[in-house]
Every structure is written in C-alpha cells, then in structure tokens.
Unconditional design. Structure first.
Length: 338
C-alpha cells in the first residue's frame, strides 16, 4: 500500500519526524479524552481506565507548546522575515480545512435540526474565531484553534519586544499567568505560558548545546516528566498543578527537541503519519466519535474494548479524510496555477 498520500507535505526546511511524534501523543490524548466523555454520556457501565483517559485533555497544552516551538523556529531561521508572507502562509495552511469542515457540519446540523438564526449566528462566531466569547453550536473543539490563531497573529509582534531574550519571554508568561488567575476568560492569556515553553526551547536550540552527563538517567527523568505531566490531573490543588505542569512539560520537550531523546521511537512511521494528520483529525474527530460510538455501542458491551475500537476506527476514518481535506493545502501557494 502506498502510504505517501498520508504523509505531510514539507514546504520548506528539514523534516523532523519527532515533532509529528509529539503531535501523535497530543492528538491521541485528546481522542481518548473525547471517546471517554462520549461513553460517559451513552453508557451506564463504568471503566477502570476512565480516570486515566480523563488526563487526555492535557494534550491541548502539548499542542500549544509544539506550535510555539515550530513557529518560533521558522521565525528565527528566516533570513528576512515578512509578516505579510507569514500571515499568508498561516491562512493558506489552516483556513481551507477549517472552512470546509465548518460549513459541512453547519449544513448537516441544519438539515437535521432545521435552519435557525441561533445556528446562523454561531456559524458567524466560529468563522470569525470569536465563539469563545459566546457560543459554538457547530464544532465545539475549535475553541483551541481560536487561541492558536491569536497566537499566530501576535507572535511576530511580540518578537519585536522580546527578541531572543528568554527572560523577557518568561516575564510575558508570568504576566499572562497572573492575568489569567484574576480574570477567568477563554483567551490567549490563559494559555500563553504553554506557547512560551515552545518559544524558549526554540531560542535555546539556536545556542550552544549543553553536554549533559548521565544520559540514560536523564532519559528516565524526561519520561517521568511526561508521565507526571498527565498524572497531575489527579491532583486537587489547581494552583500547584498550573505551576508544576509547565515545568514538567518543559523538561520533557527539552529532552526530546534539544537533547534528542526518544527520537527513534517518536519517528515510528505510524506515529508520524497520525501526528502529521493531526489538524484534520482535530477538526473532525468529535463528530466521527459520535458516529462510530452510536454504531459500536449496541455491538460491543465491554467498555474498555469499545473505547479502543472507537479510538482506532475514529483515527482511521479521519486519516482517510487527510489526503482530501488537509494534504493539498500543505503545499505552499497551492492556490496558484503552474
């Protein structure tokens, strides 16, 4: 079977498969979280693994940190940065899959439930990336994309202020964190420190690499950092969690992206294919979970087995959409005729 149609298109630079491996961890975590949430609604049976799958919502901050690293690396490596070209690239990359899937879901919902002003208004909110301030009746998962888009817009502008000074970025993260503690709004300030992790790592990567002894011991520490990052979901003190989690994620990502730990494992082809298609999986997985769930629940009484089958089938269906709904738009200036 030719798997090339399921592999991401590299527009420039050197492909780093471990980054798609990290995206694999993030998207599978989110999938498990939403599969378990679906089963909580439609199955009375409890699951011994439900508490573990609940930690999957921490895949979202992992996505944010990866975005911070990737975009900052691109800015740092560009000889002559153009904000205009940067925005065009973001639009041509993320808008088509987002617009297509949003309209598909809108019309499917409207044909099922009828067209109404509330749904029309929600569509306007979603398409203008403002549903976090109101309602999202079309595709609830896109709340995090709205956060990403704001970050995309302001990152180059913040570079004019902070440049490559890590202490300035840390001050910005601290200011955003304090603001988020005072004002509970679903906005970038609430999640900015996750992006800062990626920004700082990208800056560190441009500097002379430190020689760290006891590599095997460090690998264990890095792996434990990832486990504790997700494991803190069980800790009840939210302030402690919000302080410790970024530190743990920084240690893990430093080990992978700077020290090169676990690169071979994260570069496994299945991981990179799923991680490379994470955007379209993210955009449509919630609806696919609902369809596969309603089909499989009457057939599979065991909740653990059902969750695994839903995870596999949802991932497979989303991957089938990748060559059509995402891959063509990975090409730079795909809209230009040759």
């Amino acid at each position: 079977m030719n798997l090339s149609i399921f592999k991401r298109v590299i527009s420039r630079g050197v492909y780093r498969p471990e980054i798609d491996g990290l995206r694999f961890i993030a998207i599978v975590s989110v999938l498990l979280f939403h599969v378990d949430a679906f089963l909580n609604l439609y199955m009375k049976k409890t699951s011994i693994l439900s508490d573990v799958w609940f930690t999957g919502h921490f895949g979202v901050p992992l996505f944010f940190s990866i975005s911070g690293f990737v975009l900052t690396s691109q800015i740092l490596k560009s000889k002559k940065f153009s904000y205009k070209q940067y925005i065009i690239r973001r639009i041509e990359r993320i808008e088509p899959p987002f617009l297509i899937t949003t309209l598909i879901f809108f019309f499917l919902l409207s044909f099922r439930d009828g067209f109404d002003p509330e749904k029309n208004y929600s569509l306007f909110r979603v398409l203008t990336y403002t549903s976090n301030f109101d309602t999202n009746l079309i595709n609830v998962v896109t709340w995090s994309l709205e956060i990403e888009v704001v970050f995309y817009l302001i990152l180059p502008l913040l570079f004019l202020l902070a440049k490559r000074d890590i202490w300035k970025w840390l001050l910005l993260a601290l200011a955003a964190f304090i603001f988020s503690q005072l004002y509970e709004i679903q906005f970038l300030t609430r999640f900015f420190h996750w992006f800062i992790i990626g920004i700082v790592l990208a800056i560190l990567e441009t500097r002379k690499k430190m020689i760290i002894p006891y590599a095997e011991l460090c690998k264990i520490l890095v792996f434990l950092s990832l486990a504790l990052f997700f494991g803190l979901a069980f800790f009840e003190n939210h302030l402690v969690v919000e302080i410790l989690q970024p530190i743990l994620l920084f240690i893990f990502l430093y080990g992978v992206l700077i020290e090169g730990y676990f690169v071979k494992i994260l570069s496994f082809q299945l991981f990179t294919i799923i991680g490379g298609a994470c955007y379209i999986i993210y955009l449509i997985h919630f609806q696919v979970i609902s369809v596969t769930g309603h089909f499989l629940i009457p057939l599979v009484p065991n909740r653990e087995l059902l969750a695994i089958l839903m995870l596999i089938s949802t991932t497979f269906i989303c991957l089938l959409a990748f060559p059509i709904l995402e891959r063509p738009f990975m090409k730079r200036k795909w809209w230009k005729r040759n």
